[in-house]
Write a protein that binds this ligand. Sequence first.
Ligand code: KG4
Ligand code: ZN
Length: 342
Amino acid sequence: MRIVLGIESSCDETAAALVSEDRVILAQRIASQDEAHRPYGGVVPEIAARAHAEILTPLIEATLADAGMTLADVDAVAATAGPGLIGGVMVGLVTAKALAMAGDKPLIAINHLEGHALSPRLADETLEFPYLLLLASGGHCQLLLVEGVGAYRRLATTIDDALGEAFDKTAKILGLGYPGGPAVERLAAEGNAKNVPLPRPLLGSAEPHFSFAGLKSAVLRAKQAEIHADADIAASFQQAAVDCVIDRTKRAVSAAGPVTALVVAGGVAANKAVRAALEGLAADNGLRFVAPPLGLCTDNAAMIAWAGAERLGQDDPLDFAPRPRWPLDAAAEPVRGAGVKA
Ligand code: KG4
Ligand code: ZN
């Protein structure tokens, strides 16, 4: 069995993993930079790049040691080459190039979003193409028809904020700190989702896309009104977000044609309310529902190594340039209002 070393450094997690082509995660390490960014309430790109540069090489050495391996045992080196914060991406990609060159191994440059998109196949060997994927992270919120490795058709994206971003901004408004998603989910569990009336942007709209900016602004107004409990705001926000996700995904289920499963990936896939609602939608439509385990939803290197395993034989040149922007579906039209985000 061939083994791929995966490297992830596109945002605030430095990660390395060894994954075999028969889906065994032989070792993986993730160093989170949460503490470094917490005082700023979000990821500071310069701090992130420096932290990746300091930690990545020892982290890779430790990951190899965990598996009792050396570079000689690896069959390919896969690294996130974009999209993401360019300083971090450069650190990971340059390190991968150096290892590939020194060890005479093929380099595979991975689109971080492809890592998320294929991660459900690492967790579930029975998941076949084509599947309908909700990819919801801090920088993206897309519905994709995954037709094969490298064959992604974007059915919808956000016209303003990503879903994870909406969670993070709600956390900031409620003073819950960074990272926000898990904190909002915890507080929401103590609140009543019916107590704060909040909008559901684009609910029922004929256009396919997502929008969360209006919801975020409504959360801010609800907080400023000083009449609601924070837990009720969190619960009402989460419910509104879930309602939007389900409405938009339902539309995509109709538009996608026959698929093997409804799949969710990306950091927000760790949210239990989102998962449960999607599971219900899948059941209503007679579809299988697949969600990777929580550790494979948020940024990690196992998904990058796995995407490399799916692409074994498709080597990239050692001068592959990092890509701060890299859409999965190059043919998809940019949508009005979409920001430039990782
Ligand atoms: O995929 P990811 O780890 O990094 C990106 O590529 O963006 O996603 C991070 C995002 C953040 O916005 C974070 O707040 C959100 O995923 N997130 C959650 C939860 N866990 C992480 N959002 C809601 N509920 C969660 N439990
Ligand atoms: Zn991600």
